[in-house]
Design a protein around this ligand. Structure first.
Ligand SMILES: N[C@@H](CCC(=O)N[C@@H](CS)C(=O)NCC(=O)O)C(=O)O
Length: 250
């Protein structure tokens, strides 16, 4: 059998992309990462996968879009270090939590963060284009004022009520994670699973874990720092940082 070629088509920093990075790293699967800038990514990701969102993983020519599908494909091909609980009831619970967090908490956390980020285009560039070439970064920076409306729409921060709803859903998730993790330290069962990976990755933009893929570029502008400061000592974010420390390989 030849060498399997895996390429993760991703955005830097992004929490949904972090789910895929984490699963690959956790299982120790060698892969390449190709980073795109949000916005200009569209034609290439559309052509590759028939939809416009990242992450997309290509495995030997097969194209898998979406973090949950990617984890599923990895679980099937690389069963070592399983992310799905063996017990079928626990597996169902873990997958249901992933589904709910992917659908609701990921977008809510993103809108909460973007309500600050949208005001600080320079910082947006630092987050998503930190490894891009200088000309590419400068061009991206210059394009952002024109793209502001599109970015606001894409991240659901046009309407004040939508933003308030996002914060409320995000805060609800923090409470839920804090409660669920009290017993065993894990969200489902007694060991690390896709449920913990999902919740910790989707909360990571707020938890600011000590990991090169998710640590916040410094200095953080006040518009963003103020939002983060509201939650940084929440027990759910302490939990997320501990899960990163113990279960997220560098
Ligand atoms: N449910 C999807 C959500 C992916 C997602 O929201 N991706 C965002 C980045 S965080 C994206 O690619 N946005 C760009 C766009 O929609 O054009 C998953 O789990 O992968």
């Amino acid at each position: 059998m030849g060498v399997v070629m895996l390429v993760l088509h991703q955005f830097e920093f992004s929490h949904f992309n972090e789910k895929a990075r984490w699963a690959l790293d956790y299982k120790g699967v060698a892969h390449e990462r190709k980073s795109y800038l949000p916005g200009p990514h569209m034609p290439a990701i559309r052509k590759l996968s028939g939809q416009q969102q990242t992450p997309v993983l290509t495995i030997d020519g097969e194209v898998v879009a979406g973090s949950a599908h990617i984890i599923d494909a990895l679980e099937e091909r690389y069963p070592e270090k399983p992310l799905y609980p063996v017990d079928s009831e626990l597996r169902q619970q873990a997958l249901a939590l992933q589904g709910r967090f992917d659908e609701q908490v990921g977008p809510a956390a993103r809108s909460a963060l973007f309500s600050g980020l949208i005001q600080t285009p320079g910082y947006l560039v630092k987050m998503f284009a930190r490894r891009a070439s200088t000309p590419k970064r400068l061009l991206y920076r210059a394009s952002l004022p024109l793209a502001k409306r599109m970015i606001a729409k894409g991240n659901n921060v046009v309407d004040k009520q939508d933003i308030a709803r996002a914060f409320a859903r995000f805060e609800e998730a923090l409470e839920e994670v804090a409660d669920m993790s009290l017993g065993t330290g894990f969200l489902v069962g007694e060991s690390f699973s896709v449920a913990d990976l999902t919740a910790a990755a989707l909360l990571a933009p707020f938890a600011n874990p000590d990991h090169p893929d998710m640590s916040r570029p410094q200095p953080v502008p006040a518009e963003v720092a103020d939002i983060m400061a509201r939650y940084s000592e929440h027990p759910a974010l302490h939990w997320a940082r501990a899960i990163y420390r113990d279960h997220r390989p560098v």
